[in-house]
Design a protein around this ligand. Structure first.
Ligand SMILES: Cc1cc2nc3c(=O)[nH]c(=O)nc-3n(C[C@H](O)[C@H](O)[C@H](O)COP(=O)(O)OP(=O)(O)OC[C@H]3O[C@@H](n4cnc5c(N)ncnc54)[C@H](O)[C@@H]3O)c2cc1C
Length: 444
């Protein structure tokens, strides 16, 4: 293949597909190179094993997907995704209290990750200048030293040249080690959380009293380390995902049998999930995924060769408990779209500008997440500035969300990445937090 206005994307996961969507407006041809086989339908893939676990799509992700693929949300529902009232149908036990339930007027879509990806695939395959190649493992970059430019990729038996190479290969990306070999050291922010995810699908018994569609039982740190979620997904199935920080889950034990999964569910701070699944029919085996550390590679802080752009989990792998990874990928794709329009005549300016903008998207989310992760003394890494004040304030917001609808409404918008975290610092909320703190102080 010749190199003429071509963009190559390494990895056909969520961010690879989203990058293809926005690049297709500016490049004559866009090739997605994915190492997996083509999935036959909405089924999990070897290259994205996290697809066996619950994947929440936040409002920012849902709205952005609709912007990029008009009609996709309705398509989700047509093939069985579950539309819920975001605040009424969510039962959330958080920091030792249940959140208020009310009709906030917005909805959330519950579905499995393979179902979501399968729909994106269908939209991608309708774009005439995007070609999706499966069974293509990228092994190396092709680099022109004189130009200091990545000019293509090397596969086992072929090389493909391109004007732009996008690395969307996620956690196993080859970029960092390739750069290391050339003595370009990418600064990393790493936080060790030793988190395990254990998931299984169930058919629940009919229960007319069940007044929720998704239930979250989060651990109250630092003493509680194990939590769980139970979510309805397509085909009237439910996914149960149990998670434990700092090796709190004995992985080998829980994988032994259906009973050992139930035993683990029994150890959650609330028995609700156990009660629902103790007589339910298991529909899958038990899947495990370990996340020893989360990592944000600061590609925005180094001088990269030209022609290389990093996106999605390649850039930052965040604690999945907050359900943000796919929505970050969507926000990044929208940002990339803006930059491609801005630098239309001069596309080589896009990668560097993009890495800076992506860092701006990631920074507040990273800060919010690690503020929570550092509630466990065993968490290791660089602590954010003003950690104890942030933790104190956030804890009060969490607790107030169990009794004050206005505060919860603001919090849920921040959690869904549709409002900045600073919106939780507006005077009325600060006043509520202070009043709440003093009332606790008076009672004690
Ligand atoms: C257990 C778990 C639960 C999660 N839950 C949520 C959630 O609730 N909500 C949420 O939004 N996010 C969640 N996430 C995060 C989410 O899965 C990721 O953020 C998202 O998948 C990132 O997409 P990506 O395309 O960047 O990377 P990936 O999904 O990892 O895709 C990378 C792709 O690149 C391919 N690839 C890799 N190397 C090569 C190569 N050399 N050549 C060709 N192809 C290659 C892989 O096969 C894969 O298809 C969770 C993550 C985990 C681990």
């Amino acid at each position: 293949m010749s190199s003429k206005n071509t963009a190559i994307i390494i990895g056909g996961g969520i961010s690879g597909k989203l990058a293809a969507r926005v690049l297709s407006d500016h490049y004559k041809e866009v090739f997605i190179l994915e190492r997996d086989q083509e999935p036959a339908g909405p089924s999990p893939r070897k290259g994205a094993p996290q697809g066996e676990h619950l994947h929440a799509l936040l409002h920012a992700g849902e709205y952005g997907l609709e912007e990029l693929f008009p009609g996709i949300t309705e398509d989700f529902y047509q093939s069985g995704a579950v539309k819920i009232n975001s605040t009424n149908d969510l039962a959330w036990y958080h920091h030792g209290a249940w959140k208020v339930r009310y009709d906030g007027g917005y909805s959330t879509t519950l579905q499995t990750r393979p179902h979501l990806e399968w729909h994106i695939d269908k939209y991608i395959k309708r774009i005439p200048n995007v070609v999706f190649y499966y069974n293509k493992v990228v092994q190396e970059f092709i680099y022109n030293e004189k130009l200091n430019q990545i000019i293509g990729v090397q596969l086992k038996d072929e090389s493909i040249l391109a004007d732009l190479v996008v690395d969307a290969s996620g956690f196993s990306s080859l970029t960092s080690s390739w750069l290391n070999k050339r003595e370009i050291l990418v600064p990393n922010e790493k936080v060790e959380i030793n988190l395990s995810y254990i998931s299984k699908q169930f058919q629940l018994s009919e229960n007319i009293d069940r007044d929720w569609k998704i239930k979250l039982v989060y651990p109250n740190p630092p003493h509680e380390k194990v939590g769980g979620t139970l979510s309805k997904v397509e085909d009237n199935r439910y996914i149960v995902t149990l998670m434990g920080y700092h090796n709190a889950i004995n992985d080998k034990e829980v994988l032994k049998s259906d009973e050992s999964f139930l035993e683990l569910a029994k150890t959650l701070p609330k028995q609700d999930i156990y009660q629902e699944i103790k007589n339910a029919t298991p529909l899958s085996k038990t899947f495990i995924y370990r996340i020893p550390q989360i990592i944000w590679k600061r590609f925005d802080k180094v001088n990269l060769p030209k022609g290389l752009l990093l996106i999605g989990d390649t850039f930052c792998r965040i604690d999945p408990v907050f359900g943000q990874g796919m929505s970050i990928a969507v926000l990044e794709a929208l940002e990339l779209q803006k930059l491609l329009k801005k630098h239309k005549g001069d596309l080589h300016k896009v990668p560097m500008a993009f890495h800076k903008r992506a860092a701006k998207i990631i920074s507040p989310i990273w800060n919010m997440v690690i503020t929570e992760d550092f509630r466990y003394p065993a968490t290791k890494g660089k602590k954010p500035f003003g950690l104890s004040v942030q933790q104190w304030y956030a804890k009060n917001i969490f607790l107030l969300s169990s009794q004050n609808q206005g505060v919860y409404d603001s919090f849920i918008k921040v959690m869904n990445l549709v409002r900045p975290i600073t919106s939780l610092m507006k005077p009325s909320i600060i006043k509520s937090v202070l009043k709440f703190t003093f009332s606790k102080f008076r009672k004690s």
